[in-house]
Design a protein around this ligand. Structure first.
Ligand code: R5P
Length: 302
């Protein structure tokens, strides 16, 4: 059965789809995108999808809301034209940090989004390092959360170094540090936050590991304002860490983040190619090969 990759309109989705098509040996569909004068979106598939397994590649940034609508329109168009099955690859899935109602009256946003995507026809969902993997339980079809860090570390030649340790900036990201550290065969830890009861000052330190004179890989899912990484680097320096590699899945870099990160002496941060980036501060690493591997486990390879 034919497998066709349908790319979203934005440059990040297009580039990811091309790399995936090349790695997995799949063909790409040509799609027309435009907006009606009133702002509504129009899409038209330029390929035959009848009887095919269709894989839509759409990252959900920068325009999170219209990304969701585009993903739904692509699903509907492919089904309308007789696609056999539908898979969504969302390199970055939006709304994942609102994974519970923190205050009364709030939605569980990721649940609303995942249910809507499923209802639009997607049977499978593949994403890269969703904020909390357990959120995928809200998607009624099958889903895979791809962990990009081992591939990224290999491409950065971080394997086989005896001076390396891996640290996550908080307990919530510990699993990320564990996965990467076990791949590299090195120690890992997380930063624990302390509050001085007298001064109220907050400090962080590795829970148990000695980072003195070590090259520390700080691993996290997202950089947004950069504050988490800035605090982590500052605290690890106080503990004697020698230097750093910052490895994240998604470089969202809100206003001021680059300046904040440069101000503590970071020359670059490494991120997967899931989001658009400006300038040269973020070094992007193509993780489409890791997604291609996950397609095999879904039975979606030629
Ligand atoms: C928090 O739970 C996340 O894993 C990230 O650490 C956080 O979203 C990063 O945000 P920022 O760059 O604004 O500190």
């Amino acid at each position: 059965m034919a497998i066709i990759i349908v790319p979203g309109p934005d440059p990040t989705s297009r580039a990811f789809a091309s790399s995936l098509a090349k790695t997995a040996g799949l063909s790409l569909c040509d799609v027309s995108y435009k907006r009606f004068p009133d702002g509504e979106q129009y899409i038209r598939l330029g390929c035959e999808t009848k009887g095919s397994d269709v894989i839509v590649v759409k990252t959900f940034v920068p325009e999170q809301d219209s990304s969701a609508v585009i993903a739904m329109l692509l699903a509907d168009a492919a089904k309308e034209a007789g696609a056999n099955s539908l898979t969504l690859i969302a390199p970055y899935i939006a709304y994942a940090r609102q994974d519970r109602a923190f205050l009364s009256g709030e939605p569980v946003s990721i649940r609303a989004l995942l249910r809507a995507l499923w209802a639009s026809g997607y049977e499978r969902l593949v994403t890269i390092e969703i904020h909390k993997p357990e959120s995928l339980r809200h998607f009624p079809g099958s889903s895979i959360n791809v962990r990009p860090y081992p591939l990224m570390a290999d491409l950065l030649s971080l394997r086989g170094r005896s001076d390396v340790v891996v640290v996550s900036p908080d307990l919530g990201a510990l699993e990320r540090a564990k996965i990467l550290a076990s791949h590299l065969g090195v120690e890992f830890d997380y930063l624990e936050k302390f509050r001085d009861r007298v001064t109220g000052e907050v400090s962080m330190k590795p829970k148990s590991m000695d980072v003195k004179d070590k090259h520390v890989i700080i691993v996290d899912d997202i950089i947004s304002t950069g504050s988490t990484i800035v605090n982590a680097v500052n605290e690890l320096r106080k503990q004697g860490a020698r230097d750093f590699t910052v490895l994240v899945a998604h470089a969202l870099l809100a206003e001021g983040a680059e300046e904040r990160l440069r101000s503590i002496g970071l020359g670059t941060v490494y991120a997967a190619n899931t989001t658009p980036v400006k300038g040269s501060f973020v070094t992007q690493i193509d993780v489409a090969p890791a997604v291609a591997e996950s397609l095999k486990s879904l039975g979606l390879s030629p």
